[in-house]
Design a protein around this ligand. Structure first.
Ligand code: LMR
Length: 326
């Protein structure tokens, strides 16, 4: 390989496009599954790497691998425990095999909007959940909001009955599965990287996601339309492992935690604008969006509400109340 061929293949793999890591620096890999340039997670991960690489230059260097190029949904959490990757930001809907508590974030219509979700993460209950998987070896550094979610399908979905009999791709979340069943539809858990192909070939009929994911993954191209249901939150756990964090020099660790906090705050302040832009990007690219009247929206709320009760014991009613009241 010539040097330029090497550089080309590295950038094709999606490595952080800033200055490369120097020898002597501790290299930390940040793997995630989203792509494009306008996605809130893409922007936040790059900002985090940029700040670490400037402010901890010579000590620590973060390389970002977006788009499931290093690890996809199914492997990334194990890879973190094995030390093959040091930073992740998986959706809170992907931790079912480690804790049932994060199901609270998945309850349909539990948060009115992202501001309510942010308020919940700032309560004692919300902050406590950052440390929920300490015994596994996971450390939550912060919650990154991604957006509210909307259903799309190969036919217009105006009322929940329109979803009867359809197959929807879901993340690996029991709450999401129950929610799809409550609509009389069938859930199909699937890794994010496979969704476009599955929609295109008709393996599934529909999916649910944020404007930023629907735009950057081009889901709108292979769906009839997207319905502005606002039924659920998508947010991430920005995280590392106990092993990695404890292996750092105390000053490096302290600076890293400070950067992580500031980037989290900045990301959450920017997310609403990014979502609004990507909604418009979908329309500009020819995607179709169905809006709902209050009455139509209420039908979705009513159809999905029984899901709360199904998970009350697993999640805990205190936690559910804290989220719903935020
Ligand atoms: C999904 O799988 O739909 C999302 O969690 C992807 C992401 O990370 O935004």
């Amino acid at each position: 390989l010539t040097l330029s061929a090497l550089a080309l293949s590295l950038s094709a793999a999606g490595a952080y496009a800033g200055p490369g890591c120097d020898s002597g620096e501790t290299v930390a890999k940040f793997s995630h599954v989203t792509g494009g340039t306008t996605h809130p997670k893409v922007v936040a991960a790059e900002r985090f790497a940029e700040r670490v690489n400037n402010e901890l230059d010579g000590k620590l260097c973060v390389e970002v691998y977006p788009n499931s190029t290093l690890f996809g949904d199914s492997k990334e959490l194990e890879a973190l425990l094995l030390g093959d990757v040091q930073f992740l930001a998986p959706s809170l809907s992907k931790f079912g095999s480690y804790t049932p508590k994060y199901g609270v974030f998945d309850l349909p219509f539990v948060f009115k909007d992202m501001d309510a979700a942010i308020r919940f993460t700032q309560t004692d209950a919300g902050k406590g959940l950052l440390h929920e998987m300490q015994d596994v070896g996971f450390v939550g550094l912060g919650y990154w909001m991604s957006g509210m979610k909307y259903f799309s399908a190969n036919k217009p979905l105006i009322e929940p009955a329109d979803a009867n009999g359809l197959k929807f791709r879901v993340q690996t979340s029991d709450v999401a599965k129950a929610m799809i069943e409550a609509m009389g539809a069938s859930p199909q858990p699937m890794a994010f990287a496979e969704v476009y192909g599955a929609l295109q070939t008709g393996v599934v009929d529909g999916q649910e996601n944020t404007w930023s994911n629907i735009y950057t993954q081009k889901f709108f191209e292979v769906q009839d339309s997207i319905t502005e249901t606002n039924h659920q939150l998508l947010a991430y756990l920005f995280m590392t492992s106990t092993e990695f964090l404890e292996g750092l020099d105390p000053e490096v660790r302290e600076k890293l935690m400070q950067i992580a906090d500031e980037v989290t705050q900045e990301a959450n302040e920017a997310v609403k604008v990014a979502e609004a832009k990507n909604r418009q990007n979908i329309l500009d690219a020819g995607g179709k969006i169905n809006t709902l009247s209050d009455e139509q929206r209420q039908k979705w709320v009513d159809a999905m509400k029984p899901v709360w009760e199904q998970f009350e014991n697993e999640i805990g009613s205190d936690l559910i109340q804290a989220a719903a009241g935020a």
